[in-house]
Design a protein around this ligand. Structure first.
Ligand code: HEC
Length: 322
């Protein structure tokens, strides 16, 4: 008899979990936490990723500050304060709204993320993007009327392509950096940067022509505040030119031509369709790095390619049934 009781007790959690159609109650929070908890309602579509980005910018352990119970978010202001950055419920209504959150983030983000304060210190941290280990594309796109030279390490694209095999989408490794130089007639007018964090999201930054961190980009055609106005296009679903029409010709924009200017390599329709890089918003990266990288490899002689490079071409060929 005793054996049967023990067996039933042991089985009980199995029944609960395997027949777990009963909706579980939101987790009970320890009393000592509840005092600092206020709701966060920022009135945005898809708040989950935004809140993970914002609060993940301050806390190593996201769940130590942000509590998600069934899509209702609460933030532990005391725990957040212990990270050295105090978010206040300014109107004391028990809710953090978008105005309160965005003012706090714009004020403290660079410091919280320890973003290098100059373009030279960024270069020391991530390496010189002008050296041969980095891949460059040049584009006349939507973010600025200037031409953008965008750099990313070749090894990061190779890794993203290898991830494509298992994940079915391009995922860049932690610490990948994208550096975009915006070029006017007199050289670089500003820099915009994305740095991949350990939580899978990207930090963003802008530097002025003198190489100092800037709160926002130049107003050509529109100025964007970091980080709050950087996420809309990168997290959204809207398609932009010239990536949308690529490899076809894009219509001209208000500021002039929209085109991928470099590299000018033939692209295989099969690669464009398989990677479908811009439309899929792979990893919230919007440019066509993998597509153009693969096209550049295909334009070279096979004897010239490294084993890693050959391997990714084989991955694509087998996915395309070649
Ligand atoms: C109007 C929409 C829009 C906004 C706002 C925007 N971006 Fe972008 N971003 C794009 C598009 C489209 C691309 C790809 C084409 C290109 O490079 O111009 C891109 C590319 C990038 C890249 C190269 C990596 C990639 O995803 O291709 C970086 C770095 C970048 N943006 C940083 C920023 C930063 C920093 C901000 C805020 C200051 C920002 N972006 C705001 C649309 C936008």
């Amino acid at each position: 008899m005793r054996d049967i009781v023990v067996t039933l007790v042991l089985l009980a959690p199995v029944f609960v979990s395997s027949f777990g159609c009963a909706k579980t109650d939101p987790p009970q929070l320890p009393d000592e936490r509840s005092s600092g908890l206020v709701t966060v309602d920022i009135d945005k579509r898809d708040p989950d990723r935004l809140l993970r980005f914002y609060f993940g910018s301050y806390a190593e352990q996201l769940n130590s500050v942000l509590v998600d119970s069934d899509g209702r978010y609460r933030v532990d202001l005391e725990a957040l304060g212990r990270s050295g950055f105090s978010l206040e419920d300014a109107d004391a209504d028990g809710n953090i709204d978008w105005d309160e959150l965005s003012a706090f983030v714009v004020e403290t983000y660079y410091q919280a993320r320890r973003i290098p304060s100059t373009i030279d210190s960024l270069r020391t941290t991530i390496g010189d993007w002008h050296d041969e280990n980095w891949f460059r594309i040049s584009v006349a796109g939507v973010m600025t009327a200037a031409t953008r030279d965008v750099y990313v390490r070749r090894s990061a694209i190779l890794a993203a392509l290898r991830n494509f095999e298992s994940a079915g989408t391009l995922v860049y490794p932690d610490s990948t950096a994208f550096v975009a130089e915006h070029r006017g007639n007199d050289g670089v007018t500003e820099y915009t940067v994305m740095l991949k964090r350990h939580d899978g999201l990207w930090d963003v930054a802008a530097y002025g022509a003198e190489g100092l961190l800037a709160d926002s980009t130049l107003s050509h055609p529109k100025s964007y505040t970091v980080p709050t106005q950087c996420l809309g296009c990168h997290y959204g679903k809207r398609l932009f030119e010239p990536e949308k029409s690529f490899p076809g010709t894009a219509p001209r924009g208000p500021g002039g031509e929209r085109a991928v200017l470099f590299p000018t390599v033939p692209v295989a329709a099969g690669d464009v369709a398989l990677l479908d890089e811009h439309r899929r918003r792979s990893d919230t990266v919007l440019g066509l790095y993998a597509t153009l990288f693969v096209s550049s490899l295909r334009a070279r002689s096979v004897d010239d390619l490294s084993d890693d490079e050959l391997h990714v071409l084989q991955i694509l060929d087998s996915r395309e049934g070649r």
